[in-house]
Write a protein that binds this ligand. Structure first.
Ligand code: ADP
Length: 492
């Protein structure tokens, strides 16, 4: 059985903690994939210190040279794509085809960031004074902590680590404890690509202990976090007194708005893919369908039929559409919310329980679930469930649909189904989400396009695309006076 270790200053280290955690396949809990050696606080500190020691030379390495190493990492990811996909499926549970999709995105992002290394340009700005000008340069912060969740165990770390490195930062990577195998593979790949020791360090350990130790360390100047709103906001408050930069991508409660004139087959299929694809464990998953009364019966009947047609099973088997919840805790959370929905008076139309038969009882499988007649005050309409559960909310018209869609603490993604161009643009103007989709699912994104949300979903600069280096760089402004004389007059 594999043992997963932390990686500090160019070496895999044995932890002195004696504490371990098992990596378990959520589709079949009898498949124990490996054992994590959980790092101690001291070991987490040594990772930050190694990153700090490596920073000066890494910052001095020309950005295009840093980019070449990141480009090599993209190539190695491509070469090891099947191995990575199998690791994702086995420890996270998504299907192989979903895992391959995640990898395509991850590789694209890493390639894109490598290219950005040749575009770390600033501005030259003419001065108010003769024979003067100013320019800007982009500089790294120093040590950056990348703290990541389990749901995209390769793509999310990749889209934090690659821009952090290209910008000239050194990194301490703290992945979720549920997905150590992919974290180890990714660390190995970046280091095999030629990173000097200390530039990328991996800490495997609990968030409460090692995560806390990393973010509390004075050398950590910036933190890029993806995970729950609760942890993200806590972390933000914790480091605020030190003035640490924080970028956080947190919860979602993404709505689709289904208008009367829409292509109903398209709306149903896109909603089903958004709600049940990847077992609903995407930050951008569809969790609320806000449907105009007149077409709601039709929508509900069709989405229920579609929900029932999803084939559940181990993600490495052929013909499987969706895998399990990632672990027992997440599985229980989903079942708890299903109970809450029932108790709050929503109408359960399908699913609503643990899936069984064909060995499904060996894993954490929940049947795709649809609730109808959900009202905006119900907890299943307000709180993130992170499972294959869709709430249908019926509304009378476009205005009510917008009010309901925006009645949320979250604001990551959304979509609208209509062929009325006026309503499309009104929707775009009025919807309170960082990303929105027209006639397509709430999920999905591209490597060269910014990603992120508003309200309690997102904090700090957007990740990926043209904005991917923003969070990882500081701007330095340089004033140049080439008159060779004492300045006449003042600049304020
Ligand atoms: P999820 O379990 O949904 O992925 P969490 O917010 O619990 O979301 O975890 C996201 C990441 O944050 C994980 O890597 C976790 O270990 C880490 N983490 C949790 N608590 C802390 C903390 N107090 N300080 C730093 N990192 C933490």
């Amino acid at each position: 059985m594999t043992t997963y270790k932390s990686y500090v200053n160019g070496k895999w280290i044995d932890s002195a903690s004696g504490m371990t955690a098992e990596n378990i396949n959520p589709a079949n809990t009898r498949d124990v994939i490996g054992t994590i050696q959980m790092a101690t606080r001291e070991e987490a500190r040594s990772a930050v210190e190694a990153a700090y020691a490596a920073f000066r030379d890494w910052k001095r390495t020309p950005a295009p040279a840093r980019g070449k190493i990141v480009a090599k990492a993209a190539k190695l990811m491509e070469e090891r794509k099947e191995e990575l996909a199998a690791a994702i499926t086995r420890e996270e549970g998504k299907t192989l085809s979903e895992a391959r999709g995640e990898l395509t995105r991850a590789i694209n992002v890493v390639e894109f960031c490598a290219g950005e290394s040749r575009r770390m340009v600033g501005e030259t700005i003419p001065s108010e004074l003769p024979a003067n000008f100013a320019y800007t340069i982009k500089e790294p912060h120093g040590v950056v902590a990348c703290i990541t969740p389990w749901n995209f165990p390769v793509a999310i770390p990749a889209w934090k680590i690659a821009p952090a490195l290209v910008a000239g930062n050194t990194v301490v990577f703290k992945p979720a404890t549920l997905t150590p195998a992919t974290a180890v593979l990714l660390t190995e790949i970046f280091n095999d690509a030629g990173l000097p020791p200390g530039v990328l360090n991996l800490v495997l350990g609990s968030g409460r202990e090692t995560g806390d130790e990393i973010v509390s360390h004075p050398a950590v100047k910036a933190i890029s976090f993806t995970g729950s709103t609760e942890t993200g906001l806590k972390l933000y408050a914790q480091v605020a007194p030190r003035g640490v930069k924080v970028q956080a991508e947190m919860g979602g409660k993404n709505p689709v708005v289904v208008l009367e004139d829409c292509d109903m087959a398209l709306a149903v299929e896109s909603t089903a893919q958004g709600a049940f694809g990847s077992t609903g464990q995407r930050c951008t998953a569809t969790s609320r369908a806000i449907v105009i009364d007149k077409v709601a019966d039709d929508f509900v009947q069709k989405i229920v039929d579609r929900a029932k047609s999803f084939r559940l099973g181990a993600g490495d088997e052929s013909g499987i559409d969706i895998g399990p919840s990632v672990d027992e805790g997440q599985f229980n959370t989903v079942l708890k919310y299903i109970d809450i929905g029932r108790e709050d008076g929503a109408e359960l139309m399908c699913g609503g329980k643990r899936a069984s038969g064909d060995g499904l009882e060996n894993g954490f499988f929940v049947e795709p679930t649809v609730f109808d007649k959900v009202t905006p005050d119900m907890r299943i309409a307000r709180e993130e469930i992170f499972g294959p559960v869709l709430s249908v909310l019926r509304v009378k018209d476009f205005d009510e649909a917008m009010a309901v869609a925006n009645d949320s603490d979250f604001g990551l993604s959304s979509s609208v189904f209509t062929n009325d161009t006026n309503l499309v643009y009104r929707f775009v103007d009025e919807i309170e989400t960082g990303m929105t989709h027209i006639n397509s699912p709430t999920t999905g994104g591209e490597a060269h396009i910014p990603f992120g949300g508003v309200k309690h979903t997102g904090l700090g600069a957007r990740e990926q695309g043209s904005t991917s280096l923003d969070f990882y760089t500081e701007l330095k402004v340089v004033y140049v006076d080439y008159t060779g004389r004492k300045r006449e007059g003042n600049l304020y």
